[in-house]
Design a protein around this ligand. Structure first.
Ligand SMILES: [Zn+2]
Length: 444
């Protein structure tokens, strides 16, 4: 197989669907061989890991709002530094919360210019579907986006208005031909408008303003649009567990619908959120513990395909921590750096394995984004790894987060699992030296 640049001897590694002891051979930034622990020799460099750590495939986070260019909410340098510290080696940027929003090929070039040379992990891009830009989708696709995102409810950004159910269906028809997914924020704008927005400090009022019904109604529209068009619809950030049997039923019919949830929906609970605690505000909202239990059942049953951060940053002032007003506060939780230990702490308690976590947080998102060389430890894949100590614990200290504005509902929480290092294409990431690449569809 020619000379190896690196051999990793791992007492524990998640290869495929199980944990095993193995030697991983790397050449030219790719995994070229996976053999039993004693195998593979003659490499220029050998790295050995003992039984205190597990080598995971580098995580893939397909739901990240980087908000650059045009805002100071986050940025490519800070977000990707946080990602690397969190064991993530590939992320995909959402097409809104930046200026411009990524709804034309020109806007994609502006994004790429802002990102170029600043990224510590690999970065791909979703394009946006908004009313009136159907004619732009083919050129955005040609320019390399991995797929598209639309909203059925207010996105919080005037530059990125929601589409109607009919417009979503028209986009799905176009994207079926382009063979890429449409990611959908599934809450019903009409039903939300009828309820009106919440104001004030009571979390119960905020929760009541965005009930499960908003999601249930919109997911029904998503499923029928996917059924009629044959397009691949992906429901982002599932919060309402009511939609899980709907999705399972549609899949039994052969409808191409997939779904994700996020660390906050899987680990936080409405009953534990105090009034005025706007660090917890996100859209859709964190719901009751009984709902959370059913989301875990959805993961166990494979109805939920993946777990991604929905890292949705803003300035500290926009979180309205002083007033605690859930109406005025930005809806979004930043968790890029913390997703793995947050999810692992809860998953472990519930009897899941690190293979399960790797499936939800690496293989699943890579498959959604069409990234054929990401998300697994196997020959032919990029040599991207997260070196994770699953039994160590730490307390979340916002001062240690690389997020530009480290407001977090997880502050002070004791979590299990520490990231000891992150390797991108066979090299440990270095906060002083960005080596991430910009990924285009088909090239990765
Ligand atoms: Zn989002």
């Amino acid at each position: 197989m020619g000379e190896l640049d690196l051999v990793i001897r791992a007492s524990r590694a998640v290869c495929g669907k199980r944990e095993t002891a193995c030697s991983i051979g790397v050449a030219g930034g790719r995994i070229v061989a996976v053999e039993p622990l004693g195998g593979l020799s003659g490499a220029r460099q050998v790295v050995e890991f003992g039984a205190d750590v597990v080598v995971l495939p580098g995580l893939v986070d397909s739901h990240v709002h980087i908000c650059e260019p045009g805002t100071d909410w986050e940025g490519f340098a800070s977000a990707t530094r946080a990602a690397a510290a969190g064991g993530i080696t590939t992320l995909v940027d959402m097409p809104l919360d930046s200026v411009p929003v990524t709804v034309t090929a020109e806007a994609l070039w502006a994004k790429r210019d802002a990102a170029d040379g600043r990224c510590h992990v690999d970065v791909g891009f979703w394009g946006g579907v908004v009313p009136g830009n159907l004619g732009e989708l083919a050129s955005l696709h040609d320019a390399g986006v991995l797929g598209f995102k639309c909203f059925l409810a207010d996105s919080g950004s005037d530059d990125f208005p929601p589409v109607s159910a009919g417009q979503m269906e028209a986009a799905l028809s176009v994207l079926r031909e382009l063979a890429v997914p449409l990611l959908i924020h599934a809450e019903s704008a009409e039903a939300a408008a009828a309820l009106g927005a919440a104001r004030g400090r009571r979390y119960a009022d905020y929760l009541a303003s965005r009930p499960r019904g908003l999601e249930n109604l919109a997911v029904a529209q998503v499923i029928e649009a996917a059924r009629r068009t044959g397009g691949h619809a992906h429901v982002v950030h599932v919060s309402s567990s009511d939609v899980l049997p709907m999705i399972a039923s549609a899949r039994r019919d052969g409808v191409r619908v997939t779904a994700e949830s996020c660390p906050h929906y899987l680990t936080l609970a409405a009953e534990e959120i105090g009034d005025g605690e706007t660090a917890y505000k996100c859209s859709p909202p964190v719901r009751e513990a009984a709902n959370r239990q059913l989301l875990w059942t959805g993961l166990r049953d494979g109805v939920l395909d993946l777990v991604v951060s929905d890292h949705s940053p803003c300035t500290a002032a926009m979180k309205e921590l002083g007033t605690g007003d859930f109406g005025a506060a930005w809806g979004g939780i930043s968790s890029l750096q913390l997703g793995l230990p947050v999810v692992w702490t809860e998953a472990r308690r519930r009897g899941f394995s690190l293979s399960d976590v790797a499936s939800w947080m690496a293989r699943g998102p890579a498959r959604l984004a069409g990234l054929r060389r990401k998300g697994r430890i196997a020959p032919g894949y990029d040599a991207d790894f997260c070196v994770f100590a699953p039994d160590e614990t730490f307390t979340v200290d916002p001062a240690r987060l690389h997020h530009r504005h480290p407001v977090t509902p997880y502050a002070g929480l004791r979590l299990r699992g520490v990231i000891h290092g992150t390797m991108l294409r066979g090299e440990f990431t270095d906060p002083g030296c960005p080596k991430g690449q910009l990924l285009a569809r088909g090239a990765a």
